[in-house]
Each structure stands twice: as structure tokens, then as C-alpha cells.
Ligand binder design. Structure first.
Ligand code: NAG
Length: 355
């Protein structure tokens, strides 16, 4: 059933104010949805993002293209297709259906669907890590079909869980996803016709100004001064002190007193803090302070589990001498299993105190 705010008395009764302010309850059922454009641009952006993000995920310094980039890039492509493709209607014989490569202007619904396509491909498949590790670290081959099934079954498991929890996590009006509201605002800014107030800006103009200036600013931390991604005051003052580096370094230490002039550092942890409510940000901040400013330093400087023998903050595994753990020494190549005798004569496995 469709609701038109002008003719109907339907009220927006969503319990969350932010949702009421961002998501309109109006609908235009005549807008085209699943069209030729949706399929072409949707499949194209899904496969492109899936490939690019998987491929560049192997870099030390990961490159990730989010679905928001696709959301922005497909708009001119959709408008171009609406402008140049023939509007001829082809009717499907013996049915009432007809089909056109170009059913009118590029609609917001098509745009949303394409972005959903893009988003479903943009996150790399977690199980691919298993395949990579088996190949790269253990030099074992894994059959293409087995790899394919592993990737697919784990992905399907995810969709299955999503389906099971849909009632609680999607349908419930109390479940709102602040990140999605940002995307809804962007869709509205890109599509809705808006009269510019005198001396004001439209949402589209505001978006373009921020887009261009943040793009321009990003050249500074990414190209000219990568050092401003972590400015560690404590390290500047006590240049030769190891303890100061451990406390103050924003890259290899606890990062106390360290700050950044690079938005990607700020957004790396929680994605955009602008999108999330203060209570969520403060909640995470408390956890961060407890772990990094209290628990980790106490554990390290009281030498819990021989913590001082290893870096304070590292994702590697170590042996009892503080060297990187040599996995080949305890791996039984033939059985592809752990050699317990070798393990006992070599060393226990250690992690940095933070992990
Ligand atoms: C790791 O152990 C293997 C087998 O004992 C040895 O051949 C290799 O040199 C070791 N690697 C390092 C980095 O110590």
C-alpha cells in the first residue's frame, strides 16, 4: 500500500527522531525500479568493487573503495543512459508486459538499488583469507571447487543469519542504523528538487563544496605530509626514550597525547564519527581509554606474561626469545599438522600484551 503525504493522513510515527527527520514516508509507485539501467550499472559496480577491494586488500596499506563512491559515480552514468538510450517500448508477445532500455529519467529508486548491488560486493569475502593463508603460508594447493564452495557456503551462512534476525534487526523501528541515514540524506540531496533560499545553499551545492574541498585537502596527508596522520607530541619531546615512544607513538605505541590532522585516521576506527550519536562515540571512547590508558600499561609494566620481552603493540606471534615465531619449525609438512615434540623443544607461542 502506498502513502502520499499530501492526500493521506498517514503520520510519520517512527519512534526515533533522527529517522523521522531524515527518511520521508512518501512513496511514488510510478517510479521505475528494476530497469535495464539497474541491472547494467548494478552488476558493473558490484563486480568492480568486489574485484578491486579483494585485489587491493593484499596491499600492506589497504585500499578500500566503499559503496558511497559507487553511489556518487553511477549518478552521471545513470543520467547519461537516460539521455542517450532509445525510449522505444518493446512488448513481450502474449503478455501485457513491455520493456524499454530507457523508461524515463534516472530515478532515486534505481540509484538506491544500484548502490545496494555495489554494497553487497564491496566487502571482500572473509573465507578468502583461509584460502590465501593455506596457499601463501603453508604452500598447499587447494582445489578451485573446494575454495569456491568454502567462500560460497560461508557467505550464504551470513545471509542466512541476516534472514533469521531480520525481524529484530531490520523490521523493528527501534533498530536504526546511523550510517544508513547519511546515505539516505545523500540520495535526497542528489535527487530531490530544492529551491535555493536567498543567500543559502542547496543540499547539492553543500555536498559539492565539501566533496571538492575534502578531496583537495586529502592531497596534503596522503602525498605531501604523510607524517600528519599521527603527530606524537611525547615522542618529539623525549626523542631517545624508548618508554616515551611506547607511550606516545600513535603508530607503534599507546598513542597517548598523539593526534592527527588526517580525517582517515579519525574515521579508521568508527567510520565517520559525524554519523554516530554522541552516546555511541563516548561508549567506545570509554572502552578505548580503559584498554589503552589503563589495562595495557599496567599489564606491560608489571611484566605480566613476560610482556616486556615483546613489543607493547603488535599483531605478530613470538617465541620465548622475543623473536618472530618460526612456524616452519613446528609444522609437520607431510601430515600438515603440528609437531608437538618440536613445539615443546622450541618455545611456547607468545602474543604482544595488547593482543
Ligand atoms: C625456521 O625453521 C626452519 C626449519 O627448522 C629453518 O630452516 C629456517 O631457517 C628457520 N627460519 C628462521 C627465520 O629462523
Amino acid at each position: 500500500t502506498f502513502v502520499d503525504a499530501k492526500t493521506d493522513d498517514e503520520v510519520d510515527d517512527n519512534p526515533i527522531e533522527q529517522v523521522r527527520l531524515t527518511v520521508p514516508i512518501t512513496d511514488d509507485p510510478s517510479e521505475p525500479t528494476i530497469t535495464f539501467r539497474t541491472w547494467v550499472l548494478g552488476l558493473l559496480s558490484c563486480t568492480t568493487l568486489a574485484f578491486v577491494n579483494q585485489f587491493f586488500g593484499y596491499r600492506q596499506n589497504q585500499l578500500f573503495i566503499s559503496s558511497v563512491s559507487a553511489q556518487i559515480l553511477v549518478l552521471p552514468l545513470g543520467k547519461l543512459m537516460a539521455a542517450v538510450l532509445p525510449t522505444t517500448q518493446f512488448s513481450v508477445p502474449f503478455t501485457k508486459w513491455s520493456f524499454s532500455f530507457n523508461p524515463g529519467p534516472f530515478s532515486m529508486k534505481e540509484h538506491v538499488l544500484i548502490t545496494i548491488f555495489a554494497n553487497s560486493g564491496s566487502n571482500s569475502v572473509y573465507a578468502v583469507n583461509i584460502i590465501t593463508i593455506v596457499k601463501a603460508y603453508y604452500h598447499r594447493s587447494i582445489h578451485v571447487m573446494a575454495a569456491f564452495l568454502l567462500a560460497h557456503t560461508t557467505q550464504m551462512l551470513g545471509y542466512g543469519w541476516a534472514g533469521l534476525f531480520r525481524r529484530y534487526l531490520v523490521d523493528s523501528p527501534y533498530m536504526w542504523w546511523p550510517g544508513n541515514l547519511v546515505q539516505v540524506s545523500l540520495f535526497r540531496a542528489l535527487h530531490e528538487k530544492e529551491k535555493r533560499r536567498r543567500g543559502g545553499r542547496t543540499k547539492m551545492q553543500f555536498f559539492i563544496i565539501i566533496f571538492v574541498s575534502s578531496f583537495a585537502y586529502y592531497i596534503i596527508p596522503s602525498f605531501f605530509f604523510p607524517s600528519i596522520t599521527a603527530l606524537s607530541l611525547v615522542c618529539w619531546i623525549w626523542k631517545d626514550s624508548v618508554t616515551a615512544q611506547q607511550i606516545g607513538s600513535g603508530l607503534k605505541g599507546l598513542g597517548i597525547g598523539s593526534f592527527a590532522l588526517d580525517w582517515s585516521t579519525i574515521a579508521a576506527f568508527l567510520t565517520s564519527p559525524l554519523a554516530y550519536p554522541d552516546v555511541a562515540v563516548i561508549n567506545m571512547l570509554i572502552g578505548f581509554i580503559v584498554i589503552f590508558y589503563i589495562v595495557t600499561p599496567i599489564a606491560y609494566w608489571t611484566n605480566a606474561y613476560d610482556a616486556k620481552r615483546f613489543p607493547i603493540f603488535s599483531s605478530h606471534t613470538f617465541d620465548h626469545d622475543g623473536q618472530t615465531y618460526n612456524v616452519s619449525r613446528i609444522l609437520d609438512e607431510k601430515a600438515f599438522d603440528m609437531n608437538l615434540k618440536e613445539y615443546n623443544s622450541y618455545s611456547k607461542l607468545y602474543l604482544s600484551v595488547y593482543f
